[in-house]
Design a protein around this ligand. Structure first.
Ligand SMILES: Cc1cc2nc3c(=O)[nH]c(=O)nc-3n(C[C@H](O)[C@H](O)[C@H](O)COP(=O)(O)O)c2cc1C
Length: 182
C-alpha cells in the first residue's frame, strides 16, 4: 500500500531520456497496467499503438508540436469509438483512456523508467496530425501519447496538496483543519 503511494508521488513528467531501449517485455508489463484501469461499464474502449522504431517515432514527433522529445518508445492511447458507450455516455471513453494513461505512467515509474503524458484529444489539429502519422482508422481517436524511456533527468517526488481545494460535505463550509486552534 505504501509503495503505490510512493510511486504516485514519485511520478513526474520526465522529458529527457537516455538512448537505452525499453524492451518489449517491459512495454507489455506497462500495457498490463494500462489495461487494468477502470472503465465505465467495463467497456475498455481503448487501443494502444506502440512505437519503438526510428521512422514511426520521428513521424509522430513531427506532429506533436508541444512534445518533441526523444524517447525510445511511445504508447499512443486511443479511444475506440466502436466500443464507446451509446448516447450521452459516449464521452466516458475520455475518462476510461485517461485512467489507462495514468496507470501507464505509474507502471513506468514503478519499473524505474521515466514517462510523460502528451495531450492530443481534444485538440483537432493534434488529433488529425497524430491520426495521419500513426495511420489510425477513423474509429480510433488519439487521446494521449506517452513517451517512455530510461530517465536522463531526475525530479523530486511531490504532492501538490492544497487544503483550499478540499471541500468537506459541501463547497463553502469551513474545513475542520481551518477550525483547529493554531
Ligand atoms: C492532459 C495532459 C496533457 C499534457 N500535455 C503535455 C504536452 O503536450 N507536453 C508536455 O511536455 N507535457 C504535457 N503534459 C504534462 C504536464 O505538463 C505535467 O503533468 C504537469 O506540468 C505537472 O508536472 P508533473 O507531471 O511532473 O507532476 C500533459 C499532462 C496532461 C495530464
Amino acid at each position: 500500500m505504501t509503495q503505490i503511494l510512493d510511486y504516485i508521488l514519485q511520478r513526474r513528467s520526465i522529458r529527457k531520456f537516455t538512448d537505452a531501449e525499453v524492451n518489449r517485455e517491459t512495454i507489455l508489463q506497462i500495457l498490463q497496467a494500462g489495461m487494468a484501469a477502470p472503465s465505465a461499464t467495463n467497456r475498455q474502449p481503448w487501443e494502444f499503438v506502440v512505437l519503438t522504431e526510428r521512422k514511426p517515432l520521428e513521424r509522430l514527433r513531427r506532429v506533436l508540436v508541444l512534445g518533441r522529445y526523444h524517447a525510445p518508445a511511445v504508447i499512443v492511447v486511443c479511444g475506440n469509438m466502436r466500443r464507446a458507450l451509446p448516447g450521452p455516455a459516449r464521452d466516458f471513453w475520455v475518462q476510461d483512456c485517461s485512467a489507462a494513461t495514468q496507470n501507464i505512467l505509474l507502471a513506468a515509474t514503478g519499473l524505474g523508467l521515466g514517462a510523460v503524458w502528451i495531450g492530443i484529444h481534444p485538440i483537432g489539429m493534434l488529433k488529425k496530425g497524430v491520426s495521419l502519422a500513426v495511420g489510425l482508422p477513423k474509429h480510433l481517436i488519439p487521446l494521449a501519447a506517452v513517451y517512455i524511456g530510461h530517465p536522463a533527468e531526475t525530479k523530486p517526488p511531490r504532492t501538490q496538496f492544497d487544503p483550499r481545494k478540499v471541500h468537506w460535505e459541501q463547497v463553502g463550509t469551513i474545513s475542520p483543519a481551518d477550525t483547529e486552534p493554531e
